[in-house]
Design a protein around this ligand. Sequence first.
Ligand code: SF4
Ligand code: SF4
Length: 325
Amino acid sequence: MDLIDKIGAGMSLLRSRYGTSRIPLTVSIEVTRRCNADCDYCDYKGEGEEISTSELKEMLEEMAELGTRQVVLTGGEPLMRDDIGEVVSSCKDLGMDVKLNSNGALVPYRLDDIEEVDKLTVSIDGPPKVHNSLRGEESFGKAMEGIKNAKDAGISVSMTTVISTGNSDSLDWVVEKSRELGVPVNFQIAVGGGPAGNEKYGVHTLPKEEIDEKVEQLKEYKRENPELVAPSIPTLDTIKKVYVDEEEVKCGLGVIGARIERGDITHCAHSRNSSGLDEGFEEGWRELSEEPDCNYACCTGNLELSNVYGLEPRTLQEHIFMDKY
Ligand code: SF4
Ligand code: SF4
């Protein structure tokens, strides 16, 4: 997103926040639940009906009409879909940025399909042994090949690391790898619960004191590597508020963002509210409540979005001047 686009997005944010119409500036779409991996802490993966290419394209047109700036293609593994290149191109033709989340393994084979994505995010949980123990044998090598191939093809790449009991000692390694590859890294905390089903995360959740400690460590990394560690310091503080102090946050989802999963529109994977898409995306968005009913098991990206929504100055500044998520 260039500066002009960012100014446009900022204006839309203000209109959405203070005006009469809510604008789904960022929409995350679970395009499939199929996945070629079998991560230890995942129970998102599965089969089931998927949104068809034509349904997706119709929704994307409605999103663009409503003012959506960024579409996040997620799964499962989005690259399991044969039509993913067509979906990416549709987003770009409609003037929307596209981010794609992947485990990286299929990236070398699908470069033509993803060459237009604005950001490819690949999951890396630690050094080979740690990553493979959490995400399956040989998964580390495949993820790294994915990152390298994407970078060589000129695609902007970031990493994401889920902090859990399985890799809590690997954060130094992750930051060093991010520096070596020149690829920014985002961090998620593995937390259980949530109607969308990630109970397995709970088994891997660190005790509160350790989350507290890890967040302090991340803040230190952020001070040393402001361009490489994706969450802003205020967002890292918000992580602490949510997971350690159990404070509720004012979430921007429902006003400036939404998620499509299992054929419904909702706030995020942890929201209990949803509305149907039978009448199209626009109608579903209008029917979605502004205030989510959820268990505050927010992901870092959504907490950052909440800080953007709250016009938190340092977070906003980073979004204007850095190539973030
Ligand atoms: S890559 Fe993602 S969707 Fe696939 S099994 Fe792992 S966590 Fe689940
Ligand atoms: S879990 Fe967090 S991001 Fe999701 S709807 Fe609730 S407050 Fe918002």
